[in-house]
Ligand binder design. Structure first.
Ligand SMILES: NC(=O)c1ccc[n+]([C@@H]2O[C@H](COP(=O)([O-])OP(=O)(O)OC[C@H]3O[C@@H](n4cnc5c(N)ncnc54)[C@H](OP(=O)(O)O)[C@@H]3O)[C@@H](O)[C@H]2O)c1
Length: 256
């Protein structure tokens, strides 16, 4: 992060009816946080101060609203009580994952399974959710897939979901081959010295069925278009999985 972050004392927030107050155990920062900090994105609108960090984990201190431990939904997974270990994803406006206490929307919250630490859980919310949604809606079983930017917050989850959902071959661009091989990626293309569009193994009959671009450059789109591997996906459609589903699935995914 190359922007200035100030430290300040801020009152402990009080949770609204649809919120939980948590003592923060972990917070993960994504490119969206740095874009907000730079002012490159209008998500935070005119509201200041901007309390950084929306993907976070922690322990529930207080449940907002009346009937403290119950929620409006009858699902057990949406019931939270003080002492629960939880993680939550970015709300429309982040409210201070980099603080001791934060309020989170119940609808954006999942319990943290016992086999995950709070720090590990903090890395999951929007990165894993975006990855799971992408894999579920864009990939068909047996597809050969290339992930551009596979070693990042979204990519490391995505390659595991692609494998779990039945991709027959996964290639990823990154400077960290060791990390990606450890996550089950078949071939790592180091973008610093190799151009993915020129790798012989992936020409003609062996071309990719799906290319997922997490780096976002015009160059990638131009190449994908000229190789006729481009699909118009847009938002991808489908139903967004719940955070609870994503967290559970991530915990049981076994990369091969
Ligand atoms: N994180 C989230 O919660 C989330 C959710 C939804 C959407 N998104 C969006 O998805 C995109 C990716 O997010 P992220 O969190 O995965 O980002 P990230 O953690 O910063 O990862 C960036 C990836 O891009 C690679 N990369 C960097 N420079 C490159 C270059 N010149 N050529 C090719 N690859 C390059 C990096 O590889 P090396 O490090 O190996 O060099 C790394 O794999 C962003 O636009 C983000 O806003 C993120």
């Amino acid at each position: 992060i190359d922007v200035m972050i100030g430290l300040s004392i801020w009152p402990r927030p009080d949770p609204a009816k649809d919120e939980l107050l948590i003592r923060v155990g972990g917070c993960s920062l994504a490119p969206g946080d740095t874009r907000n900090l730079r002012g490159d994105c209008d998500i935070m609108g005119p509201t200041t101060p901007y309390l950084v960090g929306g993907d976070l984990s922690g322990v529930v201190v207080k449940v907002g609203g009346e009937g403290a431990s119950s929620s409006s939904s009858s699902s057990p997974s949406s019931t939270f009580k003080p002492g629960d270990r939880v993680c939550a994803m970015f709300d429309f406006r982040p409210k201070g994952g980099l603080a001791e206490y934060a309020t989170i929307k119940r609808a954006n919250t999942s319990h943290v399974p016992e086999n995950l630490s709070l720090l590990e859980a903090a890395a999951l919310p929007s990165s894993a959710l975006a990855a799971m949604r992408c894999a579920e809606t864009q990939m068909r079983k047996g597809d050969r897939v290339l992930v551009l930017g596979a070693s990042g917050g979204v990519g490391t989850h995505l390659v595991q979901f692609l494998r779990k959902f039945g991709s027959s071959h996964i290639a990823g661009t990154s400077s960290d081959a060791k990390l990606l091989h450890g996550l089950g990626v078949d071939r790592v293309i180091d973008y610093r010295c190799d151009d993915w569009s020129e790798v012989k193994e992936y020409q003609g009959e062996n071309r990719f069925d799906l290319i997922i671009d997490l780096v976002g450059s015009y160059e990638s789109w131009r190449k994908a278009k000229s190789l006729k591997v481009l699909k118009v996906a847009g938002e991808g459609g489908g139903t967004r999985p719940s955070l609870e589903t994503t967290v559970t699935c991530k915990c049981t995914a076994t990369p091969t």
